[in-house]
Design a protein around this ligand. Structure first.
Ligand code: KE4
Length: 440
């Protein structure tokens, strides 16, 4: 097979993307505002997009793709869902930012606390990074302890303390300890192995009474899709209770995707703090951290743990989030049955494609999140995920792009299925995967 070494092999197909990227690199570091978008790990020229609708996205050269990134999770209803667009258009007529309280902040807060039983209060921010960073500060303020435990391959945004052994773009770009993160910033971050309770217990025992919190992706999505092992979260809950640490579920991806009540509902685990992002903003910049009143009331101005944000609770983002969660809650959350059925169709099609190609690969899925790993499964942690053949993933990525499908340009991300994807879209995708894998 002649190697598709770069999208420039199709200069006429994406020439506007190529020229925009060339110009962007002189104005924006790496030509992008978030590293994983640069297609660096798949040795291709990034595609610039012009518009999106439903399950489809269109680049600046007019090429149409079926989108399995969905803005990395927010587009669970598909792009430009009518109910969200209508609500946002109405809010636009009333202004975009007040820097002061507005009713929409209460409405979204009430929606979240109604949908997630163990949450009494929420604090809105403008990104998942802010949410996890602030949740850690709150946990440290509440427990008066300094250390935290995270998991290798989990990604919680780019705050200093959490960039240690992170997944997503850090793993994708094989960035070791990120320059700029000082020893002081990282010294209180302890790293355990995902799905390995012994590694957690050892850290807790060796740092007795010093660990403020364990932060975890309840369903890991930033080393590819890695489901929690049976008993893993029950064990984390028990260890947190035994050692007096808070359990923080980072649900920026899984929140309102895994179930209406998120991974807490799906896994029947109650965390002490939960972080959200993506879906709760309906495509606008948002994040939030939430938990029981006893902890949340430590936050300024109610308490002394400081946290703030100019655009926190932005009326447009709140309005989009309200409309999105309202849609997801319709008919008792019937959408999740549809998403899970589409996820199952996707998983079966991918498994059939891998079997037909006879290559070393495995498919892992939870609900509407899935990953094709180019390594023998099961993938249970970063060690096993990082054995994936990323060169083969790169070839697969480019073959899929040429076939008209947008997937994350990294082995260490997920496929995101939306309610806008039809069964025909998913079958077309898995048929294209079958063709691509047979060409590898
Ligand atoms: P943001 O700061 O990017 O809004 O959220 C950070 C974050 C926190 N927690 C989890 C579990 C996350 O997945 C993320 C961000 N997700 C990545 C994709 N896996 C964002 C994509 C990007 O970095 O461009």
């Amino acid at each position: 097979m002649d190697q598709i070494t770069d999208l420039n092999t199709n200069p006429d197909k994406r020439k506007n993307s190529v020229s925009l990227f060339a110009k962007a690199q002189g104005l924006i570091p790496g030509g992008v505002n978030s590293p994983v978008r640069a297609f660096g790990s798949v040795a291709a020229t990034p595609v610039f997009y012009d518009r999106a609708e439903g399950a489809y996205i269109f680049d600046v050269d007019g090429n149409k793709y079926i989108d399995f990134i969905g803005s990395w999770g927010p587009m669970i209803l598909g792009h430009r869902p009518p109910a969200v667009m209508q609500a946002v258009e109405q809010q636009l007529a009333k202004g975009t930012s007040y820097g002061a309280p507005c009713e929409a902040e209460l409405v979204l807060a009430e929606l979240i606390t109604n949908l997630v039983p163990n949450i009494d209060m929420v604090r809105m921010v403008s990104s998942g990074t802010e949410a996890t960073m602030s949740a850690l500060r709150l946990a440290r303020g509440f427990t008066k302890r300094e250390k935290i435990i995270k998991f290798e391959g989990n990604y919680h945004g780019h705050s200093d303390a959490l960039l240690v052994s992170a997944g997503s773009g850090v793993a994708t770009l094989s960035i070791p300890g990120t320059p700029g993160v000082t020893e002081g910033a990282a010294k209180d971050t302890l790293v355990a192995r995902y799905n390995d309770l012994d590694s957690v217990e050892q850290l807790l025992a060796h740092n007795k009474d010093q660990v403020a919190a364990i932060i975890v992706e309840p369903i890991a999505g930033n080393m590819g899709l890695v489901p929690p092992a049976k008993g893993f979260h029950e064990g984390l809950r028990a260890l947190c209770d035994e050692f007096g640490a808070l359990l923080i579920f980072d649900e920026v991806i899984s929140g309102f995707r895994a179930a209406l009540g998120g991974a807490q509902e799906l896994l029947n685990i109650k965390a002490d703090l939960v972080t959200y992002g993506k879906i709760i903003g309906g495509g606008f910049p948002v994040g939030c951290f939430a938990g029981r009143e006893e902890i949340m009331k430590c936050l300024a101005p109610a308490g002394s743990v400081y946290q703030a944000g100019t655009l926190s609770g932005n009326p447009i983002a709140m309005t989009a989030g309200i409309a999105t969660l309202t849609e997801l809650a319709k008919d008792g959350g019937a959408v999740y049955g549809r998403l899970n059925a589409k996820g199952a169709l996707l998983e079966q099609g991918l498994k059939d494609a891998v079997a037909a190609a006879g290559i070393e690969a495995c498919v892992q899925r939870m609900g509407s999140l899935a990953t094709v790993f180019f390594t023998q499964g099961p993938v249970t942690d970063w060690q096993s995920a990082s054995r994936s053949d990323t060169d083969q993933f790169s070839r697969y990525f480019k073959l899929m792009l040429e076939a008209g499908f947008i997937i994350a340009p990294s082995q260490y991300e997920c496929l995101f299925v939306s309610d806008a994807h039809t069964e025909a879209d998913i079958t077309a995708f898995t048929d294209a995967v079958k063709a691509a894998l047979s060409e590898l």
